[in-house]
Design a protein around this ligand. Structure first.
Ligand code: FES
Length: 128
């Protein structure tokens, strides 16, 4: 059973606009992860960034199972570099490169992917 009703990252309140710089590529180790929280306390938009070489995969920090954040700190994503991350609530496991749940209560569902590009070392929100 899942509660995921929103199908596009842009539908989440507080979603960043195209062109917003999220971080610097060199702030994330190769095979590493980063959790960002944009906005104010009243409305935050959580992002998980996963780096593989010069590529970055970005997902809304919102589990497909119950719509809760996967984790508040990287260590609680239990990342297996370049392979998967795991939700800290009920341990659904998501593939690194496409965000699909391959093990757990929401198997076959997916994290909401945010398009990003690296421009001059900056990780920037891109158009779909
Ligand atoms: S909220 Fe249940 S696995 Fe993430």
């Amino acid at each position: 059973m899942t509660t995921q009703k929103v199908l596009c990252w842009k539908d989440i309140p507080g979603a960043p606009a195209v062109g917003v710089v999220l971080t610097r590529l060199d702030e994330i180790a190769d095979g590493g992860a980063c959790i960002l929280s944009l906005g104010s306390d009243a409305q935050t938009f959580g992002i998980i960034l996963l780096r593989s070489g010069d590529a970055v995969f970005a997902y809304v920090n919102r589990c497909a199972h119950f719509g809760l954040p996967l984790a508040s700190e990287v260590k609680f994503l239990y990342p297996a570099p370049h392979k998967h991350i795991t939700c800290s609530v009920h341990y659904a496991r998501y593939r690194w490169s496409d965000g699909v749940c391959d093990k757990g209560d929401c198997e076959g569902e997916f994290l909401l992917k945010i398009p990003v590009v690296v421009v001059s070392g900056d990780v920037v929100v891109a158009t779909d």
